[in-house]
Design a protein around this ligand. Sequence first.
Ligand code: CP
Length: 309
Amino acid sequence: PKDLLGLRELNAEQIQLILDTATACKDIFSRDLKKVPTLRGKTVVTLFFEPSTRTRTSFEIAGKWMSADLVNLTVSSSSVAKGESFVDTARTLEAMGVDLIIIRHSLGGTPRLLADSVAAHVINAGDGAHEHPTQGLLDLYSIREKKGRIAGLNVVIVGDILHSRVAKSNIYGLTKLGAKVTVVAPPTLIPKGIGEFGVTIETDLDKALRDADVVNILRIQLERQTKAYFPTLREYSKLFGVNLSRLRQARPDLLVMHPGPANLGVEISEEVSVHDQSVITEQVTNGVAVRMALLYLLTGGGNKDEILH
Ligand code: CP
């Protein structure tokens, strides 16, 4: 495809190709090789209308490893601040010969509007509560790397499912690759119709964790809450927070994940975040590999053996 807008649009084979390509990319930077010339001459722009540490920086590092020319457009100091429309901004970038635009926006569907407006490739770096496909892919990659497979695993996603684009992309990706997904949250943070995505809904975290191979813990998105969804954060933490006592009751090989940024002491305790079973730091590293793979594949690369050339 021209763009990566969501995991909903990809099939299992396409997802596997991205994960396999990411393995080859991880090999490049974990062997501490010098930059590869693969994307020389390609211009990539990041256009973030919302804050980001991991996604934007890892795309930048991924692009630099592959010798692309990277430009970070700071939205607050661009002509968007003077009222230039979103589509005009995109066309202006295109007129400068941009090959690929990476966009994050608070409104779901904005990457689609961009992709329909420009010939450049578009990658969705998170749009509202809709999808965050590159996070979903790096989560899949991290699970496959640690567990050796995805099919047949019991994956629990706990947290603010209602506002989470990470949850949606994970659900699409995991179910397409054959995992069994259980979402856990207070009823007010479970979106209507989520059952149609092929997931089990649970409000008892201890019960859900009993058979879990993986728990992916989502941030309570305090900035997106429009009303009180639970009495207090302390109560949320007691019922839905992953702490050492819960970890000890789960399987000893339960894999603990969090896309970050985390509210430590709310959805995850500090001890769990740095526990041996936590792969939170590896998720960040894997994010670079997955984003290298996406830049390569979308700009025309098809053979992972050619990444080095
Ligand atoms: N997980 C994630 O998207 O993090 P950032 O908001 O820091 O990019």
